[in-house]
Ligand binder design. Structure first.
Ligand SMILES: [Zn+2]
Length: 286
């Protein structure tokens, strides 16, 4: 992508200079968090449940100093602001044809730990969206992980991550998120996971819809960008991550979809540019 001279979103809140101050140890806040945040990739929730039972109650304290960012962090911030702005263009244009106005989400940049209306966000969770405060939470060190640990470098890999989280915001506005979480309460774990996969693949497809519009309406993409996006979608597939973290693949425990499915739905959104093509809930085969 060539982001020079592009509009940057004003919906970004920079909390990177803030320091957490522990005020005690709470119970269950993190448990709630796991249920209601929408994340980027599937993680074994157990380590996080472990954290949840002893979750530190933190308050973020402003140091009063402007955050001193490295050149790389500045690049990440600019890219995030441009991509968020471009998703605003896209969804502001698309949603009215479905009878909805687009309420732009907020995006919080943080480092290490931060508060959200869904509980305490931590870097290890990866980027996530909290429907309660309609905010995407991003520690941009994840972009280093994406490149080094997940093997998906490149600015468009990062853009895909942001567009996926914005996809969850769209699901929240449309009402899909609420329907899914209500249905999940009445289901077996395996069925709830299967529904979560449909939800996540739809967010991938919406990321593709954004990419389509960014390319066609604003010529934001360059050669090789889509390949970077597909590599990122593949890198965070459940099968790939399970193999890396536990050495085997357990499809019943998938919550986000396989590498192949994630690439396919991103690509479907990209090729059609049409949110209606993203009905993963009606699809016989994912
Ligand atoms: Zn997600």
């Amino acid at each position: 992508m060539d982001i020079r001279g592009r509009r940057q979103s004003s919906n970004i809140e920079d909390r990177r200079g803030m320091r957490p101050v522990r005020t005690g140890v709470g119970i269950s806040v993190g448990g709630v968090l796991i249920l209601i945040v929408m994340s980027l990739f599937g993680i074994n929730p157990l380590p996080f449940l472990g954290l949840a039972t002893q979750e530190p109650e933190v308050q973020m304290q402003d140091t009063g100093q402007p955050y001193q960012e490295s050149p790389r962090e500045a690049q990440y911030r600019e890219l995030t602001a441009v991509v968020l702005a471009d998703t605003e263009e896209t969804w502001n244009a698309l949603l009215p044809s479905y009878g909805l106005n687009y309420t732009e989400p907020r995006l919080v940049l943080y480092s290490g730990m931060t508060q959200s209306d869904c509980g305490t966000g931590q870097t290890a969770m990866g980027p996530f969206y909290c429907p309660r405060d309609q905010t995407v939470y991003l520690d941009t060190t994840f972009f280093d992980d994406l490149s080094q640990r997940f093997g998906a470098p490149g600015d468009f890999a990062q853009a895909y991550v942001i567009a996926h989280e914005v996809g969850h915001h769209v699901q929240n506005l449309v009402g899909t998120a609420e329907k899914v979480s209500a249905a999940q309460q009445r289901m077996s774990k395996a069925d709830a996971n299967a529904l979560s996969v449909r939800m996540e693949l739809q967010a991938d497809c919406y990321a593709g819809v954004w990419a389509h519009n960014a390319a066609r309406s604003r010529q934001l993409l360059e050669a090789g960008d889509i390949e970077e996006g597909l590599r990122a979608a593949s890198a965070i597939g459940d099968d790939r991550i399970q193999k890396q973290t536990q050495g085997r693949v357990v499809p019943d425990a998938f919550t986000h979809g396989s590498s192949e499915q994630r690439m396919r739905w991103f690509n479907r959104g990209f090729e059609t540019g049409d949110p209606e093509a993203c009905d993963t809930f009606a699809a016989q085969q994912l």
